[in-house]
Design a protein around this ligand. Structure first.
Ligand SMILES: Cc1cc2nc3c(=O)[nH]c(=O)nc-3n(C[C@H](O)[C@H](O)[C@H](O)COP(=O)(O)OP(=O)(O)OC[C@H]3O[C@@H](n4cnc5c(N)ncnc54)[C@H](O)[C@@H]3O)c2cc1C
Length: 573
């Protein structure tokens, strides 16, 4: 075993959009920065983002304003989002997107050169900027160029398995290289977790299998942070259903944004029964439940999905606006979506809950530790609007980067970590051995349990039996068998992480005895106004709740009332 040490001001764990934006901000604030990530540089989960990024620029609809962006986001969060987090996002989104365009991001433009904007579900106006249907890839490319220009090192293939906490403060992290087995202790003045969500714990999901197990969430919990609203997970209404090995892969919301229509097996445009005003451009939670219900009640297609039809746009428009979708169906199913409908079903897509953070800087409860992007909580509440997470990673990546740089270069930013390093290395040895549970098997079983009993529709009995089974799985997996090399140790770490984040999710789901946004309880089918509260999982495993913070006084008029819904003609124009 080769143990190395490295020292920097700001250590950023995760090389997705949030991590890269944080790194640029920390460096521009004068700090030494190191980014480490599990995958190859430039290939983090953010590259998958397709449809777009929101900012109230008013290109197409000059009446749009940041207050309306706040209102749409906060109301559609079912009043569980942190109002100040939403305010910051909406206010700072225009500058964040324009800055990215200045840095060379090739967003689509109107004929007069302004950034074009399209509709995304439940936004009052067209405010989603896009780069074809590869917006995330283009954002990553742009941030990557900026990172290289500033000489910021990005270390690939570093799987962080423990944070270094000593004297109550975060002093760095310890990682494993899944190729060589080398372990490295990264000492730092401050650490930012930018590790993404935890949707890989569901059987059908839009992630890749070696990320999105809730790595940062589990690391933060072990370090003494709280996790907030872990039960609030967005199931995207439209994932591919075949072939089985790629089932769950996203069919972007841009298909519905461009006029895609949903039909059941009888040819009925069923959204008329679920949301006649907004139809297919209703919020994701409503469309996901509608799709789930049609399938569960036997009105699905041959592969267990409903049908999404965009063929009326014609091939030229589809190839221009949705090129990735056109290729995706052609290559995986041999299906030409300009001629035939796609078969789709809900898929686990986004973690709306996550690490509890302070709104302005995204500092956690542990001094020196910050979190930004999908691993953090506060922006989306019970329902995330499409396009809001790419702006989240820019706005709060920058803020966390600046705050982490200030902390690292202050007197609070240094301390010892020898004891914590010893403990971290010991914990890895204790988790793995030459005999024990198969990590792959544990992951497969966990995904099945979560899909069947903590998925789109939940109830108390199912959740409690899921918790019992996950805990039994955890006991059985006290030691993971890792014969065959360090890549298997990495898989064992993912499996352990998934067990931790799944347990936290189920515990919160049991406590939220209501239906709100993406959290559908068949035994409590309505919103309970007394549960307009956030749930927190503590390190002990206990779940406590607290009231949603007050809306800033200047925004109370925007925050109240039902979401403002323009009629379908307006949306589909
Ligand atoms: C198919 C798809 C389409 C989407 N489309 C859109 C869209 O159109 N608009 C929108 O707003 N949002 C969209 N999203 C959501 C959005 O892409 C994500 O929420 C966002 O990119 C998350 O960025 P992030 O930087 O927080 O995390 P990620 O991009 O997930 O990056 C996390 C990084 O952390 C690394 N990591 C994790 N654990 C460890 C560890 N233990 N040690 C070291 N490294 C670690 C990962 O390997 C990865 O590099 C989409 C998501 C998907 C899956």
């Amino acid at each position: 075993m080769n143990v190395q040490t490295s020292d920097t001001d700001v250590l950023i764990i995760g090389s997705g959009g949030a991590g890269l934006r944080a790194a640029i901000a920390a460096r521009e604030a004068g700090a030494d920065v190191l980014v480490i990530g599990k995958r190859g540089a430039g290939d983090a989960h953010t590259v998958l983002a397709a449809g777009g990024i929101n900012a109230a620029l008013g290109t197409r609809d000059p009446e749009d304003c940041w207050e309306q962006h706040f209102a749409d986001t906060f109301r559609e969060s079912y009043f569980l989002a942190h109002p100040r987090v939403v305010q910051i996002m909406a206010q700072e989104a225009p500058a964040a997107v324009l800055e990215l365009a200045d840095w060379g991001c090739a967003f689509a433009r109107t004929e007069d050169g302004r950034l074009d904007q399209r509709y995304f579900g439940a936004h009052t106006y067209r405010r989603t900027c896009y780069a074809g249907d590869q917006t995330g890839k283009e954002i990553m490319r742009t941030l990557g160029v900026r990172i290289a220009e500033r000489g910021i090192p990005v270390l690939e293939h570093q799987h962080v398995f423990q944070l270094l906490v000593e004297d109550g403060a975060c002093r760095g992290a310890v990682s494993l290289d899944p190729r060589s087995g080398d372990r490295t202790a990264f000492l730092a003045g401050s650490v930012i977790l930018c590790t993404g969500g935890h949707t890989s714990v569901w059987l059908r999901n839009t992630s890749r299998p070696d990320e999105n197990w809730g790595e940062g969430m589990a690391l933060a919990l072990a370090a003494g942070c709280s996790l907030m609203d872990m039960e609030l997970v967005q199931f995207h209404p439209t994932g591919m259903v075949a072939p089985e090995n790629i089932a769950g892969t996203l069919v972007t919301e841009a298909v519905r944004g461009e006029g895609g229509r949903l039909y059941n097996a009888s040819g009925e445009r069923f959204m008329q029964r679920y949301d006649p005003e907004r139809m297919e451009l209703s919020t994701r939670d409503r469309v996901a439940l509608a799709n789930y219900t049609e399938i569960a009640e036997g009105r699905g297609g041959p592969n267990g999905g409903v049908f999404l039809d965009i063929s009326h746009l014609g091939r030229a428009t589809i190839e221009e606006k949705l090129p990735k979708m056109y290729r995706q169906f052609l290559s995986f199913q041999g299906l030409d979506i300009s001629k035939e409908p796609m078969e789709v079903a809900p898929t686990a897509h986004y973690s709306m809950g996550g690490i509890a953070v302070e709104p302005e800087t995204h500092a956690t409860d542990v001094p020196g530790l910050f979190a930004a992007g999908e691993c953090a909580s506060g922006l989306h509440g019970a329902n995330r609007l499409g396009g809001n997470s790419l702006v989240d990673i820019l706005v709060f990546g920058r803020r966390a980067g600046e705050a982490a740089a200030a902390h690292a270069t202050s007197s609070a930013g240094r301390g010892h970590a020898e004891r914590a390093i010893g403990e971290a290395l010991g914990s890895l040895d204790a988790l793995t051995g030459t005999r024990g549970q198969s990590a792959r098997e544990a992951q497969r079983e966990l995904r099945r349990i979560m899909w069947e009993r903590c998925g789109v529709l939940r109830d108390d009995a199912g959740l409690r039996s899921a918790l019992d089974e996950v805990e039994a799985l955890d006991r059985a997996a006290e030691i993971f068998e890792v014969a065959g090399g360090p890549a298997n140790v990495s898989r064992a770490l993912d499996a352990r992480t998934g067990l931790i984040t799944a347990r936290a999710t189920i515990r919160c789901a049991i406590e939220r005895r209501e239906t709100r946004g993406a959290h559908n309880r068949s035994d409590f089918p309505s919103v309970d106004e007394h549960l307009e509260r956030n749930f927190f999982v503590r390190r002990s495993g206990d779940v406590e709740s607290g009231p949603v913070p007050d809306v800033p006084s200047e925004l109370t008029a925007w925050a109240s009332g039902a979401p403002m819904c323009p009629g379908p003609e307006r949306l589909l124009e």
